[in-house]
Design a protein around this ligand. Structure first.
Ligand SMILES: Cc1cc2nc3c(=O)[nH]c(=O)nc-3n(C[C@H](O)[C@H](O)[C@H](O)COP(=O)(O)OP(=O)(O)OC[C@H]3O[C@@H](n4cnc5c(N)ncnc54)[C@H](O)[C@@H]3O)c2cc1C
Length: 310
C-alpha cells in the first residue's frame, strides 16, 4: 500500500493511457500509471502505417516512442494489475501486488482483447496470415483470397475494406444469416467491386480448424444443418467476431453497455463523478491507436478540469 493520494490514477499501458499520462503530467497533476503490461495490444501488432506523422513504424518502436515521451514527464509507474476499485470521496484501487492506491480521479484505459474462435490452428497461425483487424492488416492481402469470419458489423466493415483489395472473399459465420446493419449489407451487395471480386458466403457453418503449417492455407468448415465438412482454400483469415473490453474490474462501479464497454460522453466522462475512460475499453466507435490516444488526452483534460472546479 502507498500512502500517496494521487490527483489522477490511470489504469492501462496502451496508447490511451500513455496519452492520458502525458496530458495529466503537463498539467502538473500528481499521476500514477498502473499497467499489467506496458504497450497494450501494440505488443501483438507488427508494422503500423496509420499513425499520423509516424509512417511504417514497427509497433514495438511506437511503444518505445510513447514510453520515452511520457517518461520525460515522470508519472509514477506501477507494473501491476488493478483487481477492483471502490469509491468514497476518493478512488481506492486494489492492486494485485502493491495493495491499495488512492486517487482523487480515475482514468480507465484498459483496452480490450480480441474475441477468439478457439479452434486448432488459430493460435499457431496468428500473425501468419491470421489477423483480428481488417482495417490494420487488410492492405497486406492485395490480390489474395481471404476469409472474413463473422456476420456482424465488424465483419461486414471488414468485407467492405477488402472488396477493393482482395481477389476472392469468403465470408463465414455460425449463425444462419448475417446480423450486420442492413445499410452495410446493402453496401456489400451493391458494390461495383463485385464485378472483379468473388464473394462466397457460408452462413450456418462452424469453423473447425484454420489450416496451414507456416502460413494460413485454408479453413475447415462444417455445415451445421447437414453435418457436411469441407475445406476452403484462402491465404488470409480475418477473425472479426468482436472485442471483449477489459472492464470487469470496474463493472459494479460504472455504467457499461451490453457489450461490456464503459459508457462515456463526448468529454470521456462516465456516469461516476471523477471517473473517466478512454480507448478500446469504451463505447467510442472504431478501435484504433490514434483514436485511443486522442481519447486518452481528452480524459486527462477532463480529470484536470474536474479537479480545478472542486
Ligand atoms: C494484431 C493487432 C494489430 C493492430 N493494428 C493496428 C493498426 O495497424 N493501427 C491501429 O490504429 N490500430 C491497430 N490495432 C488496434 C490498436 O492496437 C488498439 O486500438 C489500441 O491499442 C487501443 O489502445 P488502448 O490504450 O485503448 O488499449 P490497449 O492497447 O488494449 O492497452 C490496454 C492496457 O491496459 C492494461 N490492462 C488491462 N487490464 C488491466 C488491469 N486490470 N490492471 C492494469 N492494467 C490493465 C494492459 O496491460 C494494457 O497495457 C491493432 C490491434 C491488434 C491486436
Amino acid at each position: 500500500m502507498t500512502n500517496e493520494l494521487y490527483d489522477v490514477a490511470i489504469v492501462g499501458g496502451g496508447p490511451a493511457a500513455h496519452s492520458a499520462a502525458l496530458y495529466a503530467r503537463r498539467k502538473e497533476l500528481k499521476t500514477a500509471m498502473v499497467a499489467k503490461e506496458e504497450g497494450g495490444q501494440l505488443l501483438y501488432s507488427s508494422e503500423i502505417d496509420n499513425y499520423l506523422g509516424i509512417p511504417d513504424v514497427e509497433a514495438f518502436d511506437l511503444v518505445k516512442k510513447f514510453r520515452e515521451h511520457v517518461d520525460k514527464y515522470e508519472p509514477e509507474k506501477y507494473e501491476d494489475e488493478v483487481l477492483d476499485v471502490e469509491k468514497d470521496e476518493n478512488f481506492h484501487l486494489n492492486l494485485n501486488k502493491e495493495g491499495e492506491l488512492r486517487s482523487k480521479t480515475l482514468i480507465v484505459a484498459t483496452g480490450a482483447k480480441w474475441r477468439k474462435l478457439d479452434v486448432p490452428g488459430e493460435k499457431e497461425l496468428s500473425g501468419k496470415g491470421l489477423s483480428y483487424c481488417t482495417t490494420c492488416d487488410g492492405p497486406l492481402f492485395a490480390g489474395a483470397d481471404v476469409a472474413v469470419i463473422g456476420g456482424g458489423n465488424s465483419a461486414f466493415e471488414g468485407v467492405i475494406d477488402l472488396l477493393p483489395i482482395a481477389n476472392r472473399i469468403v465470408n463465414v459465420d455460425i449463425a444462419p444469416e448475417p446480423i450486420a446493419d442492413p445499410v452495410l449489407q446493402k453496401h456489400v451487395k451493391n458494390s461495383d467491386h463485385l464485378d472483379d471480386v468473388e464473394l462466397e458466403s457460408y452462413y450456418g457453418h462452424e469453423i473447425l480448424e484454420i489450416l496451414g503449417d507456416d502460413m494460413v492455407t485454408g479453413l475447415r468448415l462444417k455445415d451445421k444443418e447437414s453435418g457436411e465438412e469441407k475445406e476452403v482454400e484462402v491465404e488470409g483469415v480475418f477473425v472479426e467476431i468482436g472485442l471483449i473490453p477489459n472492464s470487469s474490474f470496474v463493472d459494479d462501479l460504472v455504467e457499461t453497455n451490453d457489450a461490456g464497454e464503459i459508457v462515456v460522453d463526448c468529454d470521456s466522462k462516465t456516469n461516476v463523478e471523477g471517473l473517466y475512460a478512454a480507448g478500446d475499453v469504451t463505447n467510442v466507435p472504431e478501435k484504433q491507436i490514434i483514436i485511443a490516444a486522442g481519447e486518452g488526452a481528452k480524459a486527462a483534460l477532463g480529470a484536470y478540469s474536474y479537479l480545478i472546479h472542486q
